[in-house]
Design a protein. Structure first.
Length: 68
């Protein structure tokens, strides 16, 4: 049983194009997700440091002082 070359080339070419398009789409989505995750991580670190700094000031009396 012989398969014509044009049929074989068409099938391989279609599969290759589909794989390239799908991998490109996946990479774009992965980049978007990585950007969001990095942003959230940076914000989390900044907020954690600010809270820690504020807590330290409060413990040492630098943040709120009562005048009675």
């Amino acid at each position: 049983m012989k398969v014509p070359k044009s049929t074989m080339i068409g099938a391989v070419l279609a599969t290759t194009i589909k794989a390239v398009l799908v991998s490109t789409f996946v990479r774009v989505r992965q980049s978007a997700v990585e950007t969001i995750v990095r942003t959230v991580a940076v914000v989390f670190v900044i907020v954690s440091k600010c809270r820690h700094y504020g807590y330290t000031q409060y413990q040492h009396g630098g943040r709120q002082e009562r005048f009675s």
